[in-house]
Design a binder for this molecule. Structure first.
Ligand code: TXA
Ligand code: MG
Length: 353
């Protein structure tokens, strides 16, 4: 199949022509589009055939449910069995934005879209192109991240093109994603609101808005890695985001981290490996390796989040065998960043306190 690529300037909404993309999505085709978190691979959420195509294009197991993207809260009301009060509060506080809510579903969204579950994940994105696409098509769009299953999520259109050219009908290129990590997922379908995937909107922000305790799914906590605790979100159970090279995270006091990483890099080089190091800008003169990746300033955690996936992809495209990374436990989104980085590293961490 020929993939049609449409370029839209995010700052010039008057120039947007989405007619073709809208036509495709209404007819059960697939359109990848930008959101503020990562690019999504969209199909009509009410159309089982479209959902099947999504799973196929991504090479994704069909028991891993999709997120339904909406542009108005009334659409949540249309597809939820009941609307929890917490959903109304979080809608006021964070939508449109990088938050996904899980609620019990009625029969409007087919089980193909929800991977057979009786709950549905719903998100109202804030990206202006995504919002216009959702509003003008008036279709609820099921969209996982627009990567091949197992690769890092795409934060620019070229990443989508790399993975899905020829497998989808259309790609809307709207520049780079602002946040660069997938949305926070909060489960409102039973008891205490529970974070199933950390993201830009963290536990404290949710607790402040709701005025009550929010839990974190024990299955996603780093200290439980390797134990037999299953994450509740099916997608968090799969091996994810792993670059082809071996990635090791080194944690601890700054000077010690630098010398340990340099030592490991030299050893790897001696074994004939191509090496790469991921670090914050402050440390850029302290390392040597075949490829150096400055991820952003340590005090600018948004830039660290935004650049992570592009760097992991570059590790693959440059054929790096041994990758060493500093750890980025920043105050606000550090948990989300480290959740992704630790997965990419298969939880290989050297702690040198
Ligand atoms: O930021 C995002 O959320 C992006 C953009 C495109 O919106 N989408 C995204 O989708 O990251 P995806 O499919 O790559 O990740 C969705 C995650 C998976 O881990 C899936 O298992 C989980 O959400 N999920 C979806 N529906 C669920 C449900 N009903 N119960 C539990 N987990 C669910
Ligand atoms: Mg994904």
């Amino acid at each position: 199949m020929q993939t049609k690529r449409i370029k839209l300037d995010v700052n010039d909404s008057n120039g947007w022509d989405m007619t073709e993309a809208i036509e495709i999505i209404r007819n059960g085709g697939l359109v990848a589009f930008p959101t503020e978190t990562v690019y999504g691979l969209g199909g009509d959420a009410k159309n089982s055939e479209a959902s099947k195509k999504i799973y196929e294009a991504k090479g994704r197991p069909s028991d891993n449910p999709l997120i339904v993207h909406i542009h108005d809260f009334s659409e949540l009301e249309e597809i939820a069995m009941e609307v929890p009060e917490d959903a109304r509060v979080l809608n006021q506080a964070f939508w449109p934005g990088p938050l996904t809510m899980i609620v019990k579903k009625n029969e409007v969204i087919p089980l193909t879209t929800t991977g057979g579950l009786d709950t549905v994940a719903i998100r109202m994105p804030s990206h202006p192109i995504a919002r216009t696409f959702l509003t003008e098509s008036n279709v609820m769009i099921a969209a996982p991240s627009a990567n091949t299953s197992g690769r890092p999520s795409p934060t620019v259109a070229d990443h989508v093109w790399e993975d899905l050219n020829g497998k989808i009908d259309c790609l809307i290129d709207g520049g780079s994603s602002d946040i660069g990590l997938e949305s926070t997922i909060v489960d409102l379908s039973e008891g205490i609101p529970t974070i199933l995937r950390p993201g830009f909107i963290n536990k404290e922000m949710l607790e402040k808005a709701l005025g009550k305790e929010v839990r974190i799914d024990p299955g996603i906590l780093d200290q439980n890695a390797g134990k037999n605790i299953r994450p509740k979100a099916p997608g968090m159970r799969y091996k994810h985001y792993a670059p082809k090279g071996n990635l090791i995270i080194v944690e601890g006091q700054e000077d010690k981290v630098v010398s340990e990483i340099n030592k490991l890099e030299k050893e790897a080089k001696k074994e004939g490996k191509k090496t790469g190091i991921i670090f914050t800008n402050e440390d850029k003169d302290k390392y040597s390796a075949d490829v150096l990746f400055a991820i952003g300033n340590r005090d600018d955690e948004d830039s660290i989040a935004r650049n992570l996936y592009a760097i992991l992809r570059e590790c693959d495209s440059k054929g790096i065998d041994a990758i060493f990374s500093e750890s980025f436990n920043t105050p606000r989104i550090g948990q989300a960043i480290m959740n992704r980085l630790l997965k990419a590293a298969g939880h290989q961490v050297i702690d040198i306190e």
